[in-house]
Every structure is written in C-alpha cells, then in structure tokens.
Ligand binder design. Structure first.
Ligand code: FES
Length: 111
C-alpha cells in the first residue's frame, strides 16, 4: 500500500472519536486526537477485533472485544512492548482523509 488511499471525509471522524475504514485490502482504524488524525491497522492482533469501533480516550484506543489498548500515534500496545500495530501516514486534501503505509512506521503488525 504505497499509494495514498481515500478512506473518509474529515467530518466522518470528529475529535475524540475513531472509525473503521477499508484501505485497499486492509482495515484501518482512523482516530481523531484533539483535531489530529492518526491511522493504525484496524485489525486487533489479539483475535481480530475491529479496533476502529473501539473507544478512544486521548490517544488510547481500546479494542471493543477484550480491551487491548493501543496508542494511535505510535501503534504500540499500551502495556506490551512487543505488540505493535502498523501505522499509516495521514493527510487531508479537499476535505478528504487519505492514508498510506508509513515509510518509517511500524511495518507489519508485530505480536
Ligand atoms: S480482539 Fe482485540 S482485545 Fe481481543
């Protein structure tokens, strides 16, 4: 996923919320932390829960299935240094949110 992919309108993800979207063949969790958009792999590495539909508190996104928590700014699990979600670059263009795999991000999800 090297190219930018349009996944949402900016107003689809207001501050303090997260949403689930498809980017190519990947699920992406898009989160708005105080007006700053962040995107991480949306498939929870625990058992595949939909991270984007979880609860966002600050920069911490909680999986709705069993409560694993991730920092959406880094993709890192809140308590385990070895669990990390892929991070996507995010940009806004003409009111649309575009994402692409971050060149310096986490790479493939690590469990
Ligand atoms: S599937 Fe996400 S915490 Fe279990």
């Amino acid at each position: 996923m090297d190219e930018w992919i349009d996944i949402a309108a900016v107003e689809d993800c207001p501050p303090g919320t997260s949403i689930e979207r498809v980017a190519g063949e990947r699920m992406v969790a898009l989160a708005n932390v105080e007006g700053q958009l962040h995107a991480i792999d949306g498939l929870c590495p625990h058992q595949g829960g939909p991270l984007g539909t979880g609860m966002l508190c600050g920069a911490v996104l909680t999986c709705p299935w069993h409560g694993w928590q991730f920092d959406v700014t880094t993709g890192r699990h809140r308590y385990s240094a070895t669990v990390r979600q892929q991070v996507y670059d995010v940009r806004v263009e003409a009111g649309r949110v575009l994402v692409r795999q971050a060149a310096t991000g986490a790479g493939e999800p690590q469990v």
